[in-house]
Design a binder for this molecule. Structure first.
Ligand SMILES: Cc1cc2nc3c(=O)[nH]c(=O)nc-3n(C[C@H](O)[C@H](O)[C@H](O)COP(=O)(O)OP(=O)(O)OC[C@H]3O[C@@H](n4cnc5c(N)ncnc54)[C@H](O)[C@@H]3O)c2cc1C
Length: 418
């Protein structure tokens, strides 16, 4: 298969337009690089807009005295949201964690504004489909849009695909499985917000669903519902499904199964939960939320030990302040707390699949063991590791990766918290 159009050339190409990709692109552009930001969907935001995950986690540490641990491009995104009238005040959860609620439509607009102002070239509706690689280096990328195939060439590359998909195109033999349940999010509207409901009501709804359909709801506790205070709606995570891999067949089956459950379960919510009698299913997804199906090792993976002991490292390039949140099976969530509700450092080597290559890992694609992955994957930390990957890529030359100190210095100058 080959491309029929002239190649597009950049200093650096970022694949994936989520928190990590936007941060990488902006960080690199601020260093003077000519940057492409390649995104399969027609908008930026990644899981927040593609899969309707309506909260940024990881901007703050847990507990009664939250500390902000992510700034830099992440802060620029919050400021841009605020400028559009969206309240970005962190909100405490019963778990002790703090989240920043999102409105996906305002987020899309805020991120468009940021990348255009930074003179990044966004390439939307553009899917990376094949890579030409030699050793640890990527030479060019084949992309597909509705008109066909075309080539992108760049000296440096950032994998911000959320699932290390670019690394997988280059080195499929190096990928290791990482199974995490997938979740179809939903937004339910038409709620009577004056009506209080509790866990017992939700458990009753889950039981009602099981009795009507003969199949238990994976989230036996009835799900996680977050009121969206600017509306009569809530953001719901109520449908978990197992996802074997990221093949078309597995994704098709999981998407359709999850949608059927969402529609059926709405009937049980209407019957059993006060305030939900007239609930409507406004939107699912749009796409299934995929946490991970595989990963690639790095020079210095983030580790459970870093998390458990809130370790600081001299080669730290980002802070992670979210506990290790794992979804080993559909319906099951487990937490590994960070010592003292503090934060730990993500190390420079976690961004590098090879010591001397030209691919950088960002966001939930960075090197991490399963427990640390549960922490570093959230979007607050994805902004921070994406920012670091973009700066490091922009400061690297063909011959060698940028020295750590230069990357740390540039990140600090761009407002990042190290
Ligand atoms: C169901 C669910 C709930 C979650 N809840 C939260 C939460 O409440 N708060 C939180 O902070 N985090 C949450 N997370 C984790 C978080 O959303 C992700 O780990 C995070 O978005 C990772 O950011 P990222 O920028 O690395 O990747 P993503 O946000 O996944 O963005 C990757 C982007 O790359 C694009 N892409 C992928 N492959 C290609 C390709 N070949 N070509 C072109 N584009 C491509 C995708 O379309 C996507 O836009 C949740 C995740 C899931 C799945």
């Amino acid at each position: 298969m080959s491309a029929r159009r002239d190649p597009l050339r950049f200093d650096l190409a970022v694949v994936g337009g989520g928190a990590a990709g936007v941060a990488a692109a902006l960080g690199a552009a601020a260093c003077g690089a000519k940057v492409a930001l390649i995104e399969a969907y027609g908008f930026l935001g990644g899981t927040a807009t593609v899969a309707g995950v309506q909260a940024y986690c990881g901007f703050h540490t847990r507990g009664s005295r939250p500390q902000q641990v992510v700034a830099g491009v992440g802060q620029q995104a919050l400021d841009a949201l605020q400028a559009l009238g969206h309240d970005v005040t962190p909100r405490p959860q019963s778990s002790g964690n703090w989240i920043i609620l999102l409105d996906p439509e305002r987020l899309k607009r805020a991120l468009d504004g940021l990348v255009l102002a930074a003179r990044v070239e966004p390439l939307l509706h553009c899917r990376a489909v094949a890579v030409q690689a030699q050793g640890g280096r990527i030479d060019s990328l084949l992309c597909a849009d509705p008109q066909g195939l075309f080539e992108v060439r760049a000296a440096q590359w950032v994998d911000a695909t959320g699932n290390a998909n670019l690394a997988a195109l280059a080195w499929p033999e190096r990928m290791r499985p990482r199974r995490q349940a997938a979740t179809l999010t939903a937004r339910l509207s038409g709620l009577d917000t004056a009506c209080a409901y509790d866990r017992d009501d939700l458990r009753r709804a889950a039981l009602d669903y099981e009795q009507r359909t003969g199949t238990p709801l994976a989230r036996a506790n009835g799900g996680y519902f977050v009121p969206l205070p600017w509306s009569d709606a809530c953001w719901a995570m109520m449908v978990d499904v197992e996802l074997a891999d990221a093949s078309t067949q597995s994704l098709t089956q999981a998407e359709m199964q999850a949608r059927a459950i969402a529609h059926d379960y709405l009937l049980s919510l209407r019957r059993c939960v006060p305030g939900f009698a007239h609930a409507r299913l406004d939107v699912t997804g749009p796409a299934l939320g995929v946490r991970a199906t595989w990963h690639i090792g790095s020079q210095q993976d983030a580790l459970l030990d870093d998390l458990l002991h809130a370790r600081r490292h001299l080669d730290g390039i980002a802070r992670s302040g979210w506990p290790g949140e794992l979804h080993p099976r559909a319906g099951v969530t487990e937490y590994r707390p960070i010592a003292g509700d503090d934060w730990f450092h993500v190390r420079y080597g976690a961004l590098q699949p090879d010591a001397h290559g030209n691919l950088w890992l960002a966001g939930s694609s960075i090197g991490a063991d399963d427990a640390a992955f549960g922490s570093v994957r959230v979007m607050g930390c994805a902004f921070a590791t994406g920012h670091a990957a973009g700066v490091a890529a922009a400061l690297s030359s063909f011959a060698c990766r940028a020295p750590l100190q230069a990357v740390q210095q540039a990140l600090i100058e761009q407002g990042a918290l190290l």
